[in-house]
Design a protein around this ligand. Structure first.
Ligand code: NAD
Length: 352
C-alpha cells in the first residue's frame, strides 16, 4: 500500500431529515448569541424561517449573496455583520451563499454554520473565492471552513431539476479528480467512490420524483462525501478548465462542470487507469468519461459550451489561459490536446 497523510475535516456534521430542528442547539454549541443569516434574494423566505427558529439569537438577514462572491458584496456583508455585532454567520443556500460566508470569515474569523441546499460541496472545503475587477482569486484558509454543517434534505425538496442535476455533477467532479489527485489517499478514494455512487443513483431518481426524500437524502450524502474529498486533495485539469471558463468568460459554474467533466476524464483516461476504473464502477458504467456523459445526457442538462454562451472565437485564447499555471494532473498538459478537448466540449460531442 502507498504511504499517505490524511487530515480529517474538523467540521461537525449534523445530517438527516428535519435536522434543522437542532439549529439553536448547534448555534449554542458554537457559543454564539447573535447570528447573521446569509442567503440569495431568491432564498429570502428560507432565511426568514431560519431567523424565526433562531428567535432572539438572530441578529439579522443579509440577502445579497450572488455567484462568484464579488468583493463589493463581501465588503457589504462584512460591514453588515460588524454593524449588527454578529458573532456567527449562518449561510443557507448553495455554493454562492456559502462562499459569501467564507469571505466574511476570511477577514473576521467569524464562525460559519452552513446549511447547504444544493450539491456543490463548498461547505466541506477550506477553499474560498472572491472576484475583484473581473478576476476570481481562490485560496485555501482553515478559517473559512464552516465549523458546523447541517445537512437537511427537506430543504432541497424544491431545488429545481436543472440545479439538482448540474450541482450534483459538480460534486461528482470533485470526487473524480480526487481519485487521481497526487495527494489522494485510500480514505479519500473510498469517500470519492461512495460519493459518486450515491449521486449517480440519486440524480436520475430526482428527475422523475423531485420530492422523493430518500433520493434527496442520498444525493446530499453524496455531495457531503464529494465535498469532503475536494477539501482534502488537490484539484487537477478539470477544475482548472472550469475556473478558466467561469473566471474569464463568466460561464455558469455548475453547468460548466457538467459539460467539461466527461472531456477532462477522457483526456486523463490513459494516465490514470485505476481511477477511471473506480469512477466507471461507481457510475455503474463501462467507462468513466462515457459514464459521466451518459449520466448528464439522461438528466437533460446543457451538454455543450456553445449552449451556455461560450464564444467559439475564444477557444484558442481559452486554451492558452487554461494551460498557464497548470494544476497538478496525471497527464501532462499539452496545448494542442487541450484545444481539441475544448472543441469537443464546445459542440457537446461524445468523448472518444
Ligand atoms: P448557487 O449557490 O449559485 O445557487 C444557484 C441558485 O439556486 C441560486 O439562485 C440559489 O438561491 C438557488 N437555490 C439554492 N438552493 C435552492 C433550493 N433548495 N431551492 C431553490 N433554489 C435554490 O449554485 P451552486 O452550484 O450551489 O454554487 C456555485 C458556486 O459555488 C460557485 O461560485 C462556485 O465557485 C462555488 N463553489 C465553491 C466550492 C469551494 O469549495 N469553494 C465548491 C463548489 C462550488
Amino acid at each position: 500500500m502507498q504511504n499517505f497523510i490524511y487530515s480529517g475535516s474538523s467540521s461537525r456534521i449534523v445530517f438527516g431529515a428535519s435536522s434543522l430542528q437542532h439549529l439553536v442547539r448547534e448555534v449554542e454549541a458554537l457559543g454564539a448569541q447573535r447570528a447573521l443569516v446569509l442567503c440569495t434574494p431568491r432564498q429570502r423566505e428560507g432565511a426568514q424561517r431560519i431567523a424565526e427558529l433562531l428567535g432572539n439569537r438572530c441578529a439579522g438577514i443579509f440577502d445579497g449573496a450572488v455567484m462568484h462572491v464579488p468583493i463589493e458584496v463581501a465588503r457589504q456583508a462584512r460591514e453588515h455583520a460588524q454593524a449588527l455585532n454578529a458573532d456567527c454567520a449562518i449561510a443557507v443556500g448553495g455554493g454562492s451563499t456559502i462562499g459569501l460566508g467564507k469571505a466574511i470569515a476570511l477577514e473576521s474569523s467569524l464562525p460559519i454554520l452552513a446549511i447547504p441546499t444544493t450539491y456543490a460541496g463548498s461547505e466541506m472545503t477550506p477553499i474560498y473565492g472572491i472576484t475583484e475587477a473581473g478576476l476570481k482569486k481562490t485560496g485555501r484558509d482553515a478559517r473559512v471552513l464552516p465549523k458546523t454543517v447541517i445537512y437537511d434534505p427537506e430543504l432541497s425538496l424544491d431545488l429545481p431539476a436543472q440545479i439538482s442535476a448540474t450541482s450534483g455533477i459538480n460534486a461528482i467532479a470533485h470526487a473524480a479528480e480526487g481519485l487521481y489527485a497526487h495527494d489522494g489517499n485510500p480514505i479519500t478514494s473510498l469517500m470519492a467512490q461512495e460519493g459518486i455512487r450515491a449521486l449517480a443513483q440519486a440524480l436520475p431518481q430526482l428527475m422523475d420524483a423531485p420530492h422523493e426524500l430518500e433520493a434527496r437524502s442520498a444525493a446530499l450524502y453524496g455531495a457531503w462525501l464529494c465535498g469532503s474529498v475536494l477539501g482534502s486533495v488537490s484539484m487537477g485539469l478539470h477544475h482548472k478548465l472550469c475556473h478558466t471558463l467561469g473566471g474569464s468568460y463568466g460561464l455558469p459554474h455548475a453547468e460548466t462542470h457538467t459539460i467539461v467533466l466527461p472531456h477532462a476524464l477522457h483526456y486523463n483516461a490513459q494516465a490514470a487507469p485505476v481511477a477511471m476504473q473506480r469512477i466507471g464502477d461507481a457510475l455503474g458504467a463501462s467507462g468513466a468519461a462515457q459514464g459521466v456523459y451518459d449520466l448528464a445526457l439522461s438528466l437533460k442538462v446543457p451538454m455543450s459550451l456553445k449552449e451556455i454562451g461560450m464564444p467559439e472565437a475564444e477557444l484558442d485564447r481559452c486554451s492558452e489561459i487554461a494551460t498557464q499555471n497548470a494544476y497538478a494532473n496525471p497527464r501532462p498538459i499539452e496545448k494542442a490536446a487541450i484545444r481539441a478537448l475544448l472543441e469537443y466540449a464546445y459542440h457537446g460531442r461524445r468523448p472518444g
